[in-house]
Design a protein around this ligand. Sequence first.
Ligand code: CP
Length: 333
Amino acid sequence: MRHLLSTRDLSRDDALLLLDTAEDMAEVSTREVRKLPVLRGTTVVNLFYEDSTRTRISFEAAEKRLSADVINFAAKGSSVSKGESLKDTAQTLRAIGADAVVIRHPASGAPQLLAERGWIDTPILNAGDGTHEHPTQALLDAFTIRRRRHGAGARGKDLAGEHVVIVGDILHSRVARSNVWLLTTLGARVTLVAPPTLLPVDTSLWPARTTHDLDEALADSPTAVMALRIQAERMTDAYFPNTREYAKFWGLGEARFRRLPERTFVMHPGPMNRGLEISSVAADSDRSTILDQVANGVSVRMAALYLLCAGARDGETAAARTTNQAATEEGTK
Ligand code: CP
């Protein structure tokens, strides 16, 4: 792997390597000293053209835990507002010494453009591009599902036999797209649920079933139901008559949450519209993985940065590598 741009082009082996390396990183995060030296001397730039809380902060936490030097760039307040292009911005960052770029951009395909045009020759990590993909979110979702089903340290296991229902604003959701590809690559079954107006016109090439009936999908006892945010900021039209009707048919309200099959747990990538796509009763219950997803995001992003920027020696886990590196450093003192 040279970049992490999408989950559609991620092989099963690469996906499992990322999840297993995230297990190593999660284990490191339980140690008294949670910092690893593997990216010492590496400068990572977080290039955010769109707002973010979870992704930006957890990438920064991941970079710092790997001892990277971190530069945070927000388009607001930068020369982007004077019309500077993505190409010139990227080349400026390279000249300043960026060794890797984490990018969130409102335009679908912006990370691919950076990676493929040769404007910058560093690893590119997609932190969400338009309505296209959000690969680290899907990886942390898969990691969370695997941990819920098999416990921590379940290395090598895929998601065969799992069924994930994704409900909400599929049309505008890069999280849904990344999850459809990744979860099915890992062997899971995916059902997408949305009102007709919030499904893409053609999903015939997506490896997922679609329905408008949430209760019918939940009757199948899925492993998890993932509620998605209504992305009002991307809507130029009215996609449903009113929020009360949306919540009734497609929301995880209290009554629907209480009827969930016993095995089904509740996910949401955040940020949530409480009372619309998810109720507080569902979001704050012990069947909710929402805060686990946030915590797991740090481990998954550490894994992605480590694999792309440090590179792992064949057959050596991140934990072994860092232990070996620490031993080597101790021996040379
Ligand atoms: N899930 C997610 O991408 O959240 P942020 O927009 O806060 O990063």
